[in-house]
Design a protein around this ligand. Structure first.
Ligand SMILES: Nc1ncnc2c1ncn2[C@@H]1O[C@H](COP(=O)(O)OP(=O)(O)OP(=O)(O)O)[C@@H](O)[C@H]1O
Length: 611
């Protein structure tokens, strides 16, 4: 766990929304322009309706009781026609803005997700993906909080608010026309209240975003009982109540601060209601007074009332503010992820062909900010083509060594060299292309079995013969041919037509994937307990044919099974991050050290079991 949050600058706290709007225009210029036009039209139409109704009310005064076919009546018809047309326009443009704004938001989310995914995959090492702070920022950039609000939600929410603001500003202008001084005052009061209200509202809710790390834990507790792997133990050990109670308790603790904020927000809402109530009452009273005393018309009174109503609507803090707030937070995080080129470029390996020696020089490693080193000065030369076994007790550092040999972590000290060249910088990625591995927690991709194996060398995915050959070598061919859709069967029962494989079948798939990589030029094969789930026959078969399967490649096998370890040309024994023994099986047995002790212990157990 390398502290790799330094890979990301802190998220911006200001001007995120303008940046997001600019981004929308660069992602989908057409849709963004159309959404803007629709938002303006949808916002302007209600202003027109207010004018129309004001005009209609004024037109009605001379028309009342004068018959249907008079100039005054015809004037009224025109106002009615205008109002009806504007109602229609308001409805159509608002519906279209909603649909288009949603779509634009989804496109922005999609593009930013790709950016985040590429940036997070860009470092050749994997320490940042084990760093809780980095994982928290990844989750926030995706908009994962108590509710999922990815960046695109802000685009959609903002288009709705922009529309309301057009209505608000237009209505304020109308009010100013009727009574300019009061209009300006009302607008200023409402604008200040609105900005404060929305800020408070967002803060109240967005607090949850800052809880992402805790919420990840809460979500974990919630999901355990429904996760297929854990569901079995949850039933056998009767753990449902434990997880439910733990989830509930954590959730309450995490939400306490948020609830406090919401309470403060509610108090502010009461202030807003009182201030707006007094303002609206004063304005209406003033307009009514002026209409009654002949200072203005009844139409102006109606217009003023409607304009006030529209202004009040802007003042409402609602779902769209929530979207804008949450989405902007997510966008700020997403923008902090640098724009990166896809790291899966062509192989530009500088390593000596056809194979090269791999060497560790005083190799040291510690995870993240841990006090102790897991590897404490490993010196190890692995000649090209050698088969090496690494043994040692649990926690000795075997898997960590494998990760460093594969170039997946940067050493804390010393280095790994291949053919004399250090595995670092830009060369790290190209070395990784030369390595295939079957780790203990190898990938189980919910994709077709073909993809699962071809991932060993994706550039050669069309090598049907090669795929069949490695499937046969891994003892999988019959299994694959018996699948409902053969090679195109999805390896997960969670999909229609998909199939769940057993632990051993999955392990064979991982082995076949590594063999496919070897077949297409990989030079180092790392296997960390590759036979842990294999039955005895499959394991024997794997190791009997191992040399033939891996001919020419350098192999590093980690195993606790000494019967398989002894087949390696060379064995190193790791103890607390140091190599304590190194030699061929026979030499180590003759030396009578740690290896010999462990080997005899295991052999004795087998003898006891079989006698
Ligand atoms: N991702 C990680 N973050 C922090 N510490 C880790 C991580 N992975 C392993 N460690 C620690 O490093 C030490 C060595 O772990 P490693 O997995 O290399 O041992 P190992 O020899 O492969 O053990 P085993 O035989 O049990 O697989 C352990 O003490 C473990 O707690």
């Amino acid at each position: 766990m390398t502290a790799d949050t330094s890979l990301l600058p802190p998220p911006a706290t200001r001007w995120v929304l303008p940046a997001l709007v600019r981004y929308s225009f660069s992602v989908a210029p057409g849709a963004a322009t159309l959404t803007t036009v629709l938002a303006v039209l949808a916002g302007a139409a209600p202003v027109g309706i207010t004018i129309g109704i004001g005009g209609l009310v004024d037109g009605l005064t001379p028309a009342i009781g004068q018959g249907l076919d008079t100039p005054a009546a015809r004037e009224c018809y025109r106002w009615v026609a205008l109002v009806v047309a504007l109602f229609f326009l308001a409805h159509v443009t608002e519906s279209a803005r909603t649909a288009l704004g949603r779509d634009l938001g989804r496109r922005v989310t999609g593009r930013l997700s790709e950016r985040v995914m590429t940036a997070a995959s860009e470092p050749a090492t994997i320490g940042h993906l084990e760093d809780p702070a980095y994982l928290g920022r990844l989750a926030r950039a995706r908009g994962n909080g108590t509710i999922d609000m990815p960046p695109g939600e802000a685009v959609f929410g903002f288009s709705a608010k922009a529309s309301l603001w057009v209505t608000g500003v237009g209505s304020a202008a109308l009010l100013t026309q009727v009574t300019w001084g009061l209009g300006l005052i009302v607008f200023a009061v409402f604008a200040v209240l609105h900005v404060r209200l929305v800020r408070n509202y967002r803060t109240a809710v967005i607090e949850t975003v800052n809880q992402t790390e805790k919420l990840r834990r809460t979500s974990y507790l919630r999901d355990v009982p429904t996760t297929p792997g854990a569901a079995r133990e949850v039933r056998l050990f009767g753990l449902t109540s434990f997880f439910r109670d733990a989830y509930h308790a954590e959730w309450r603790v995490n939400m306490a601060e948020v609830w406090q904020r919401r309470h403060e927000h509610r108090l502010f809402v009461v202030v807003v209601v009182v201030v707006t109530g007094v303002t609206v009452a004063s304005v209406l009273y003033y307009l009514a007074y002026r209409a009654a005393t002949g200072g203005t018309t009844v139409g102006d009174l109606a217009l003023g009332g409607l304009a006030l109503r529209a202004l009040l609507q802007v003042l409402r803090a609602d779902e769209d503010d929530l979207r804008t707030g949450f989405g902007s937070k997510a966008a700020a995080e997403a923008f902090a992820f640098p724009v990166a080129e896809s790291p899966d470029g062509p192989d530009t390996a500088p390593w000596a062909a056809p194979v090269a020696a791999v060497a560790c020089e005083d190799l040291r490693f510690r995870y993240g900010s841990a006090a102790d080193e897991v590897l404490r000065g490993i010196d190890l030369d692995i000649p090209a083509g050698q088969s090496l076994a690494v043994v040692g007790l649990n926690g000795a550092g075997k898997t960590t060594l494998a990760r460093l040999l594969a170039g997946l972590d940067a050493p804390s000290g010393g280095c790994v060299r291949v053919g004399g060249t250090p595995v670092e910088g830009a060369d790290r990625r190209s070395w990784q292309r030369q390595v295939v591995a079957v780790f203990q927690d190898f990938g189980r991709y919910e994709l077709t079995v073909r993809d699962n194996i071809a991932f060993g060398s994706l550039a050669h995915a069309d090598d049907e013969e090669g795929l069949r050959a490695v499937a046969r070598q891994a003892g999988l061919l019959e299994f694959i041919e018996g699948l409902p859709k053969g090679w195109d069967t999805v390896m997960s029962g969670g999909y229609a037509g998909g199939v769940d494989a057993s632990g051993g079948e999955w392990q064979r798939i991982a082995i076949a994937r590594a063999l496919f990589g070897l077949r297409h030029g990989a030079r180092l094969l790392i296997m960390d307990e590759p036979a842990a789930s294999l039955d005895a026959r499959a394991e024997a078969q794997l190791y009997d044919t191992f040399h033939e399967l891996t001919a020419g490649a350098t192999t590093v096998a980690i195993s606790h099974r000494f019967a398989t370890v002894r087949k390696a040309e060379r064995v190193v024994v790791l103890d607390q991050g140091r190599i304590v023994e190194d030699g061929a099986h026979d030499d180590l047995m003759a030396a009578g050290g740690r290896y010999a002790e462990l080997f005899r212990l295991q052999a004795k157990r087998f003898e006891e079991a079989s006698s």
